[in-house]
Write a protein that binds this ligand. Structure first.
Ligand code: AP5
Length: 214
């Protein structure tokens, strides 16, 4: 099963992607996580992409596509994957469609997690994530059992650099201009499924699994 997660920054794509991956035993491929890990480790890629992430801009398509295609070519992706944060532009989606077509394959589902902009800023300011295992929390809505500590691996939770209000507003602008057109793209491909992302995260997950299994 090959799934693309769509939705604004902070809509809950990562939260839902992790739950889908656990249930179906397929890897969670997040271009944002790959970039952040490289920034943390100060790799050459990390140095190339740092300013884009900090300013809420998109990393250029050519570089992003190369990183993504390398990742999905790995053995653990052979039986499917959940793409979170990719594609983000029509050219990225076109390359992905073309590469899959060359292998007689396609995206099975594109899940759009719908959340209005006004809810997004509130969510982002409360988000905390684990730099080690990638688990995501919210100080109010989805708190860890122990304040500031990851339930999964015990690491100290951090706030993302791009979750400042000004950067979030820029990321929302970029989303509406460059990423939202993908909803129509995958609608035309006949694989679009839409869920109400304002519900509790467990209800959103139930809605998603119902759509995947209908
Ligand atoms: P990326 O990491 O992909 O960020 P994003 O798309 O902006 O999405 P987020 O990770 O911020 O949010 P999310 O939807 O996953 O929400 P989450 O589940 O965490 O990209 C970051 C940057 O990398 C980009 O700006 C760009 O620079 C670069 N980049 C990445 N991919 C790229 C690409 N393909 N091309 C070019 N550049 C690229 O949830 C948010 C919060 O809400 C959490 O605190 C969570 O606990 C909480 N929450 C989740 N669900 C619920 C719920 N149902 N109710 C209440 N709270 C909830």
């Amino acid at each position: 099963m090959k799934i693309v997660m769509l939705g604004a920054p902070g809509a809950g794509k990562g939260t839902q992607a992790q739950m889908i991956c656990e249930k179906y035993g397929i890897p969670h491929v997040s271009t944002g996580d790959i970039f952040r890990e490289n920034i943390r480790n100060n790799t050459e890629l990390g140095q190339q992409v740092k300013s884009y992430l900090n300013e809420g801009k998109l990393v250029p398509d050519e570089l992003t596509v190369r990183i993504l295609l390398d990742r999905v070519a790995k053995e653990d992706c052979a039986n499917g994957y959940v793409l979170d944060g990719f594609p983000r532009t029509i050219p990225q989606a076109e390359v992905l469609t073309q590469k899959l077509e060359e292998m007689n394959d396609k995206i099975d589902f594109a899940i759009d997690v719908e959340v209005p902009d006004e809810n997004i800023i509130r969510r982002m300011s409360g988000r905390r994530s684990c730099p080690k295992c990638g688990a995501t929390y919210h100080v109010t809505y989805i708190p860890p059992k122990q304040d500031g500590i990851c339930d999964e691996c015990g690491s100290a939770l951090v706030q993302r650099d791009d979750d400042k209000e000004e950067t979030v507003k820029e990321r929302l602008n970029v989303y509406h201009k460059q990423t939202q057109p993908l909803i129509e793209y995958y609608g035309n491909a006949g694989v679009l499924k839409t869920v109400d992302g304002t519900k509790d995260m467990k209800e959103v997950f139930e809605d998603i699994t119902a759509l995947l299994e209908e």
